[in-house]
Design a protein around this ligand. Structure first.
Ligand SMILES: Cc1cc2nc3c(=O)[nH]c(=O)nc-3n(C[C@H](O)[C@H](O)[C@H](O)COP(=O)(O)OP(=O)(O)OC[C@H]3O[C@@H](n4cnc5c(N)ncnc54)[C@H](O)[C@@H]3O)c2cc1C
Length: 259
């Protein structure tokens, strides 16, 4: 029986209007959000692992009230239970603080394997899985494009720019998966109905024994000082070919130092 925790992030919808709040933090409340698409692959892989044997998948999110939507979507896909860590003090947390809250929550759960997406689709740092592994003192096998599980041994393929690595680890471990692992399933009607009855635990920082002073904007190592909307794209320069198009093109590229 394999017990898997999948960390899923609720992110602002990239196709909707996204903005910052008055304190220069990402507005996560006043915008439409959803389960980070890259985390759907993590849920999918966790479900495939337990479907090949037996086990349970618990999805874990740290985020505002609306982040419950991300948990619900994962439950509709087939995850068994959810945990939502929500606390006003978490607002403005950086990757270090997020990893602290996630690690403390994971410690409270019974698990064999922790699965992450490769990166969130908003901040996209791709660091949280490794930070959490460090905090938990576990091996991290990250950016898996293929996963094989035999007993308590996980073997992954990691595709780099110049080499493909086969990496193996055993025992409790942290795994992050890429979008190359295979399509994530859509929730079925049965899955949507079943999700309504699944258990979602609500935890605060106090439940995790995390000091509010170690998370949030004041504890963040970096802060956004200011921001301004990017100017709209201007019309490009049209080069009319009057027999000298090639020369004009080279002139243009040279002026931009491309050649
Ligand atoms: C409520 C809240 C408010 C925040 N406010 C701000 C803000 O205003 N400004 C700001 O710059 N940062 C803020 N953060 C932190 C930021 O959004 C990221 O969570 C943090 O920087 C992690 O970096 P990342 O998203 O690049 O993660 P990555 O390292 O790219 O994520 C990798 C994987 O880690 C997991 N993961 C990451 N975050 C979470 C999460 N929250 N819950 C569950 N799984 C997760 C997912 O599996 C994801 O695929 C906030 C975080 C939270 C929870």
């Amino acid at each position: 029986m394999t017990k898997i925790v999948v960390a899923v992030k609720y992110v602002p919808d990239a196709t909707a209007d996204r903005t910052f709040s008055a304190d220069n933090t990402v507005d996560r409340v006043g915008v439409d959000g959803l389960l980070s698409e890259l985390d759907e692959y993590a849920v999918e892989q966790a479900l495939q692992i337990i479907e090949a044997g037996e086990g349970e998948v618990t999805v874990l999110t740290v985020g505002p009230e609306q982040a419950a939507d991300a948990v619900r979507k994962a439950l509709q896909m087939g995850a068994h239970a959810g945990v939502h860590v929500q606390d006003d003090a978490i607002h403005g947390s950086d990757a270090f603080a997020t990893s602290l809250v996630l690690a403390k929550a994971i410690e409270k759960l019974d698990y064999d394997l922790v699965v992450f997406g490769m990166a969130s689709t908003d901040a996209g740092m791709g660091v949280v899985p490794t930070l959490v592994a460090e905090r938990l003192g576990l091996p991290a096998v990250t950016f898996a494009s293929e996963i094989t599980v035999e007993g308590d041994t996980v073997t992954i393929r990691r595709d780099g720019d110049v080499a493909t690595q086969d990496i193996e680890a055993s025992g409790k471990l942290v795994l992050s998966v890429t979008d190359q692992t295979g399509e994530a399933r859509y929730p079925s009607f049965k899955g949507i109905m079943a999700a309504k009855k699944k258990d979602v635990q609500q935890w605060t920082l106090a439940d995790l024994d995390v000091d509010a002073g170690s998370v949030g904007l004041d504890a963040a190592w970096t802060k956004v000082e200011s921001f301004e909307p990017r100017p709209p794209r201007t019309a490009g320069e049209i080069v009319t070919d009057e027999g000298d198009g090639g020369a004009k093109l080279v002139e243009f590229l040279a002026s931009k130092k491309f050649v």
